[in-house]
Design a protein around this ligand. Structure first.
Ligand SMILES: C[S@@+](CC[C@H](N)C(=O)[O-])C[C@H]1O[C@@H](n2cnc3c(N)ncnc32)[C@H](O)[C@@H]1O
Length: 239
């Protein structure tokens, strides 16, 4: 598989959000030009790390906590006409980060995605998720679901959005690694691989949805019961 060369166009409003959502990039303090270069590199490095798990052909992706959708724009470059759906905040101002709450903006993300060649992206409001979403080829969550956001929050929706064979690629917080080994085995996902994260806080895990997973109500209820509760949050929990 060839390497990707992707330089995102970053409109000012998206830049404000990206600095918050992907703000931990080193060299952030050295100015917007260097930040942009580091962000571009981060997207490409992410792709290199997980491209082995991305299903082919890839026609649709659901990005949970996808923020501005930078990685989805990259995926659309590799897989043109990709159907991109993002589940994240719809209206937050860029500088608001509340514990366990989304901090994104669908208007800014839509503009960003269109500028980068994604046509008609779809946005899901966490407050009103549809009961019968489309089935996606890929469900992805980078530094969001299973990192800041508890698995139980979107397990049901992710399962509803999957068919047998759908791949999930998730950044799982290492201190909560049991989220993957326990909850995901309950949800009948087959592990297909793992790649190291860019720091020691998380690992990138890939799963394929198993056929039996479609008993989704039962599975979701079971996973909810197994969630150990907020006391198990790690000390550097941010939201
Ligand atoms: C660290 S950012 C990562 C953004 C994007 N995945 C990336 O890699 O650039 C975490 C994202 O999770 C979103 N988020 C936080 N809590 C959420 C929740 N409860 N529901 C949905 N999204 C949430 C935030 O709005 C933010 O966009």
């Amino acid at each position: 598989m060839a390497s990707i060369d992707f330089t995102p166009i970053i409109p000012p409003q998206a830049f404000q959000y990206l600095q918050v959502q992907a703000g931990r990039i080193s060299k952030m303090i050295d100015g917007p030009g260097i930040w942009r270069a580091a962000y571009r590199q981060q997207l490409m490095d992410s792709y290199e790390a997980i491209k082995q798990f991305i299903p082919r052909p890839l026609t649709s992706v659901l990005d949970i906590g996808g923020g501005m959708g930078g990685f989805d724009a990259l995926l659309n470059r590799v897989h043109p006409n990709l159907y991109v759906a993002i589940l994240d905040g719809m209206r937050s101002p860029p500088n608001v980060i509340e514990r366990n709450q989304p901090y994104s903006n669908a208007t800014a993300a839509e503009h960003f995605l269109r500028e980068n060649g994604v046509h008609q992206p779809v946005f899901y409001d966490p407050e009103s998720l549809p009961d019968d979403p489309p089935k996606f080829d890929l469900v992805i969550s980078l530094q969001a679901w299973c990192f800041h956001i508890m698995p139980s929050s979107y397990m049901d929706f992710a399962l509803k959005s999957s068919r047998p064979g759908t791949v999930w690629i998730l950044d799982v917080r290492i201190m909560q690694r049991f989220w993957a080994s326990d909850l995901f085995s309950q949800a009948r996902l087959d592990p297909i691989g793992e790649a190291p994260g860019f720091n020691d806080k998380y690992t990138r895990m890939a799963f394929r949805v198993h056929r039996q997973c479609h008993r989704r109500r039962l599975v979701a209820d079971r996973t909810r019961r197994r969630w150990p509760g907020p006391d198990s949050r790690p000390s550097d929990w941010r939201e």
